[in-house]
Design a protein around this ligand. Structure first.
Ligand code: SF4
Length: 377
């Protein structure tokens, strides 16, 4: 179920081909974490096949000027979100804090629970953070006029098309941070239209500076992953200790609502994780009525999180397919050399060179937003 205005798929395939043909435009692309574990299904591979290299390779062959990774921006999201969480936790801030990277769920909250709009983190989603730094940091570094840049997103999600158009999520009145959003299914269609044989697409790597990422970013695509990634960073920042065991088992699993407690050196942090909008409604009603007291809540509108998104290859309600995609993302995390967002060298660099520090004025301008109290649907 897509809970936003994007109830039917508005395709931008023609617009993207036309931008790629326009030599006056610098066209960059970002790919969300969940796309790499589902795209291959459109070409007959088993659910959960990881095709990161082919994904980067085919986008380069299609003519994008730079192929970047939304996972970089997921690490950036954790830097901002963990900073905000620690600040709210230690300074009697507004609690609980809700994760805000799922536009389907954010719009649901704005309409259905307008009294709770202060709860979500003000951090933008990885898609929107990517667009903001692509058209500022990357553009300035490479002397590109952001008005002559086109940012394309490959997303597992229909609601991301709507998110890219939200005024409050764009950092300049002169252009959109993300110009076009293409779903995983639409990308498969473009690959077929262009006549590429998926089996023989060469594996390539993402480019930098917006292509390096950690295992923490990969798990953004599954339920429980954003909360776990935030905890990996918050734990080390609060305790100043190295977190040896980075997987928080209590946040894994498939139950529709999970509540876990994590001991951060004497401070017990209570976390709730929910996926699927029906379950989210129940959780929010309990929070509004004071029946549940937690510090951090991760919400994903789709079953299993983004791996089960409305723009992914159809799973026809078969949760085994979603589980295979989740396990594939866990494998990407487990085989990553770096598994904590704050250890990403490119993330350290962007703060040193441009954003100063998490939560800075510049970071707030580019990477944070606010939410609206809307009328009931
Ligand atoms: Fe989009 Fe679903 Fe992911 Fe939310 S959970 S961002 S609606 S794919």
């Amino acid at each position: 179920v897509c809970p936003t205005a994007a109830l039917t798929e508005r395709s931008y395939i023609d617009e993207v081909w036309s931008e790629l043909d326009n030599s006056d435009k610098h066209v960059v692309v970002q790919t969300a974490p969940a796309v790499r574990v589902a795209l291959a299904e459109e070409f007959g591979y088993k659910p959960g096949t990881i095709s990161t290299g082919k994904l980067a390779g085919v986008l380069k062959l299609m003519g994008f000027d730079a192929v970047f990774d939304t996972n970089f921006a997921a690490d950036l999201t954790i830097m901002e979100e963990a900073t905000e969480f620690i600040d709210r936790l230690q300074n009697d801030g507004y609690m609980p804090m809700l994760t805000s990277c799922c536009p389907g769920w954010v719009k649901f909250l704005e309409h259905q629970f307008p009294g709770l709009v202060k709860m979500p983190s003000s951090a933008k989603s990885p898609q929107q953070m990517f667009g903001a730094v692509a058209k500022s940091y990357y553009a300035e570094k490479n002397n590109i006029d952001p008005k002559k840049m086109t940012v394309v997103s490959i997303m597992p999600c229909l609601a991301k098309k709507y998110e890219a158009g939200r005024e409050e999520l764009n950092s300049s009145p002169e252009f959109k941070d993300v110009d076009y959003v293409i779903t995983t299914r639409e990308l498969a269609k473009m690959i077929k239209e262009a006549g590429f044989n998926f089996d023989s697409i060469p594996e390539m790597s993402y480019e930098n500076p917006l292509g390096e990422s950690t295992g923490a970013a990969a798990i953004f695509g599954r339920t429980g992953g954003v909360a776990e990634a935030a905890l990996r960073t918050a734990y080390e920042w609060v305790t100043k200790d190295t977190l040896e065991e980075v997987e928080f088992e209590a946040l894994h699993g498939y139950d529709s609502i999970r509540i876990a407690e994590v001991d951060i050196k004497g401070t017990i942090v209570k976390i709730a994780v929910a996926h699927g909008l029906g379950n989210v409604r129940k959780l929010l009603e309990d929070i509004r009525d004071g029946k549940i007291n937690v510090h951090l809540i991760e919400v994903m509108a789709c079953p299993g999180g983004c791996v089960g998104g409305g723009g992914q290859p159809y799973h026809h309600g078969n949760f085994e397919i979603i589980k295979n995609r989740i396990e594939a993302l866990n494998n990407v995390d487990r085989t990553s050399k770096i598994r904590k967002s704050h250890d990403n060298p490119s993330i350290k660099k962007i703060y040193e060179e441009y954003l100063e520090k998490p939560g800075s004025e510049k970071a707030h301008h580019l990477l944070h937003t606010h939410y609206l109290q809307r009328e009931w649907l």
